[in-house]
Ligand binder design. Structure first.
Ligand SMILES: Nc1ncnc2c1ncn2[C@@H]1O[C@H](COP(=O)(O)OP(=O)(O)O)[C@@H](O)[C@H]1O
Ligand SMILES: [Mg+2]
Length: 153
């Protein structure tokens, strides 16, 4: 496990950028590469994912998908290593039931071996959360400081 303290919005974005480049290569092609994000509102989950999108050279602006639960982006050709073509940003904050999850096609997304999937409020997935995953935990320290731990499960 790696633990990092960031001191600004930009540092958290940078961390996301570097993180995704490291993990893309370790992808085995049987299912999606899943990254579960945990942390309170304002901890910096979306910020981290914005950095990831930059790292993958995604040109569209990453807006928080809080109202639209799932957003899908194409990964630029340059980063389509280990067969990953799609980048999903999922925010489950507003989901209330297993039915909501089915509604967004979560099972199909998680089994898509061409996808890298970042999930905010991943605890809401319950038993649907794949065993094999990365966990990124963000904690609000004082002011602009955040403690971020990155773990491969
Ligand atoms: N070190 C930091 N890392 C990330 N965000 C920070 C940091 N310091 C301050 N912020 C601010 O905290 C907020 C984080 O929001 P966001 O990334 O949307 O959180 P979440 O998705 O976890 O609710 C932003 O307004 C951002 O500018
Ligand atoms: Mg968010």
């Amino acid at each position: 496990m790696e633990q990092v303290i960031t001191n600004s919005f930009d540092e958290t974005k940078k961390l996301g950028q570097e993180f995704v480049k490291k993990i893309l290569h370790a992808h085995d092609a049987n299912s999606a590469l899943v990254i579960a994000l945990y942390g309170d509102l304002g901890a910096g989950k979306t910020t981290f994912v914005q950095g990831v999108a930059q790292g993958l050279d995604i040109q569209q602006r990453i807006i928080s998908p809080t109202f639209i639960i799932v957003r899908k982006y194409d990964v630029s050709i340059k980063y389509q290593v280990s067969g990953i073509k799609y980048f999903y940003h999922i925010d489950l904050y507003r989901t209330e039931s297993e039915k909501d999850l089915e509604g967004v096609g979560i099972k199909e997304i998680l089994s898509d071996s061409e996808a890298v999937v970042f999930i905010e409020w991943a605890e809401k997935l319950g038993s649907l959360l794949p065993q094999k995953r990365w966990e990124v935990r963000l904690e609000h320290l004082e002011g602009d400081r955040r403690k971020i731990s990155l773990k491969n499960k």
